[in-house]
Design a protein. Structure first.
Length: 95
C-alpha cells in the first residue's frame, strides 16, 4: 500500500511537471525582429506656482514663494562609434 501511494505521488508530480513545461509559451524567448523607434526628447509637463503664506504664532512673518517646473523625457545619448560597432557586429552575424 505504501509503495503504490509513493509511486502514485511520483507519477502525478512528473505528469504535472511535464504538463507545465508544455503549457509554457516559449515564443516570448525569441529575439524580436522589430527595429527600435528613434527616440526624441519630449516635454511632458510644465508648471508655475506662487503664493503668500502667513506663518502661525505671534510676530510671525508672511512669506512669499514662487516656483516653476518642467518634466522632460530625455533620450539616452548614443555615441557614433558605438553605433558603428553594433552595425559591424550585426553584419557579421548575418553572414
Amino acid at each position: 500500500m505504501k509503495k503504490s501511494l509513493i509511486m502514485l505521488v511520483v507519477l502525478m508530480s512528473s505528469l504535472a511537471l511535464a504538463g507545465s513545461v508544455f503549457a509554457t509559451d516559449w515564443g516570448c524567448y525569441t529575439t524580436p525582429s522589430v527595429k527600435p523607434v528613434p527616440c526624441k526628447d519630449e516635454v511632458l509637463c510644465k508648471g508655475k506656482a506662487k503664493g503668500v503664506e502667513k506663518l502661525c504664532g505671534p510676530c510671525a512673518p508672511t512669506i512669499k514663494w514662487s516656483g516653476s517646473w518642467m518634466t522632460v523625457l530625455k533620450c539616452p545619448e548614443v555615441k557614433a562609434d558605438k553605433v558603428a560597432k553594433v552595425a559591424k557586429k550585426a553584419k557579421k552575424a548575418k553572414k
